[in-house]
Design a protein around this ligand. Structure first.
Ligand code: 3YP
Ligand code: ZN
Length: 373
């Protein structure tokens, strides 16, 4: 069965505006105007490569729709939704709250189209029209909590889709795997006390948000044990991420036995990314994806649905995303990986002891997940 693909031009029209990469321009403080690092260029280049490589022909295009208010309010407070709308209604947009999260004019409806696009994709998977899928959405979602936006994220797209799957699609147990290089703090917070949603975040330790994503953040109350973090030291690469997959992600998924696996597909752990210091290659993304596809095949009829998150190197991220999507679709474009030679040295770096330690500690926590009967 085929792979679904959600894309819409409006995802590129989410306008992150003028910025010195990250900060709002402030000439008197020495912050010159430039282009926001979360601009649409990388996303456009991913879509163009999916199209130009021929991979698009192997995918089922699924038209996104805006998330309904009911769907949004399963996750977010109505104050939060109204705040984003009000920023978005201003003639030149505004900021969602932390000073890093621009809201373009009209971005409210684009953020709803992102959440609704993933929700529609999950619906088509549940109905059996496609096995799995990828929603190439903007803005991203994994930092957004129930009541505030942060780190470029306005609404938590994955959380909205997860709640919809549970309440409407008959998929009660959801696992969310977040491979974005930053901690999936918003998703974790939304489900922190909920044992029906397992969140697993692999991220660079002490990166973003500050003081977030430590091993000791492991869920609370009825959800104790159902939030897992693998904070990997800066400089972790292919060997470390694959070890974390084998030692933590796959055993946790097997024990939890989800009905659906959602993937926060950030590509900003790539070796050339400006917003972190990890060393993954396109082949790392390919191999991680193959493992997740296999896990979804044995656990939940192949139901693996990915939402795009971060990834900021405009020339390498599209190749990482293509490798990921080829594996998801179980096909190949036969395009050579011309960057493979360039990254060969990084890819060969061995797993170092200080990278192994957090993986071993996280692996000990899997026992806290009650095995599915
Ligand atoms: C937000 C402000 C500094 C780092 C940036 C991270 C955005 C991202 O890709 N989150 O997953
Ligand atoms: Zn990120």
């Amino acid at each position: 069965m085929p792979t679904g693909y959600v894309f819409h031009p409006h995802y590129l029209w989410h306008d992150t505006g003028t910025s010195d990469g990250l900060l709002p321009p402030d000439p008197s403080a020495g912050i010159p105007p430039g282009t926001h690092v979360g601009n649409a260029d990388t996303t456009r280049r991913i879509h163009d490569l999916i199209h130009a490589s021929g991979l698009l022909r192997d995918l089922v295009a699924i038209e996104p729709r805006e998330a309904t208010m009911t769907e949004l309010l399963r996750v977010h407070t109505s104050d939060h939704v109204q705040h984003i709308k009000q920023q978005s209604d201003q003639p030149r947009g505004g900021d969602a709250g932390d000073g890093y999260s621009p809201v373009g004019r009209g971005s409210y409806r684009i953020a709803r189209l992102a959440a609704g696009g993933l929700t529609e994709l999950v619906t088509r998977v549940a109905e059996g029209e496609v096995t799995n899928g990828y929603a190439l959405t903007r803005p991203p979602g994994h930092h957004a909590t129930a009541d505030h936006a942060m780190g470029f994220c306005l609404f938590n797209t994955i959380a909205v889709a997860a709640r919809h799957a549970q309440t409407t699609l008959g998929l009660p147990r959801i696992a969310i795997v977040d491979v974005d290089v930053h901690h999936g703090n918003g998703t974790q917070a939304i489900f922190y006390a909920d044992p029906t949603v397992l969140t697993i975040s692999l991220h660079q330790a002490n990166c973003f948000p500050p003081d977030s994503g430590a091993l000791r953040e492991n869920g609370a109350g009825a959800g104790a044990g159902y939030a897992l973090n693998v904070p990997l030291p800066a400089g972790t690469g292919h060997a470390g991420y694959l070890h974390a997959m084998h030692q933590v992600v796959l055993p946790a998924l097997d024990r939890f036995a989800p009905d659906l696996i959602l993937l926060a597909a950030g590509f900003d752990a790539n070796v050339f990314d400006p917003l972190a210091r990890q060393m993954l290659t396109a082949d790392t993304y390919r191999q991680m994806t193959r493992l997740l596809v296999d896990a979804a095949g044995r656990l939940c009829h192949g139901r693996l649905v990915a939402a795009h998150e971060g990834g900021y190197n405009p020339w390498y991220v599209p190749h990482c995303a293509l490798a990921f999507l080829e594996e998801l679709a179980g096909t190949t474009t036969h395009l050579p990986d011309l960057y493979a030679a360039v990254v060969a040295g990084y890819a060969a770096e061995p797993l170092l002891p200080h990278q192994r330690t957090p993986i071993e500690v996280a692996a000990q926590l899997i026992d806290r997940i009650k095995p599915a009967t």
